[in-house]
Ligand binder design. Structure first.
Ligand SMILES: [Zn+2]
Length: 66
């Protein structure tokens, strides 16, 4: 298996896998981790927020849905 979160694989992604993390608000960070929020929606988060408590993920998800 090739690394999906490093190198050339990123260039095929929209914005090359980067964006603003909805949880911590970091800009131009790699959003390579998918978390599922309360409503069953998928939310892309950064490496740091992948291990964040579910409440933080849900809170960010609510804001995004609005
Ligand atoms: Zn984050």
């Amino acid at each position: 298996m090739s690394k999906s979160k490093r190198g050339k694989a990123l260039w095929a992604l929209p914005s090359r896998g980067r964006g603003t993390c909805p949880v911590c608000g970091s800009t131009r960070i790699k959003l390579l981790y998918t978390k599922t929020i309360g409503s069953g929606q998928a939310l892309k988060v950064c490496k740091r927020c992948f291990n964040a408590p579910q409440e933080k993920i849900d809170a960010a998800g609510m804001l995004g849905v609005k």
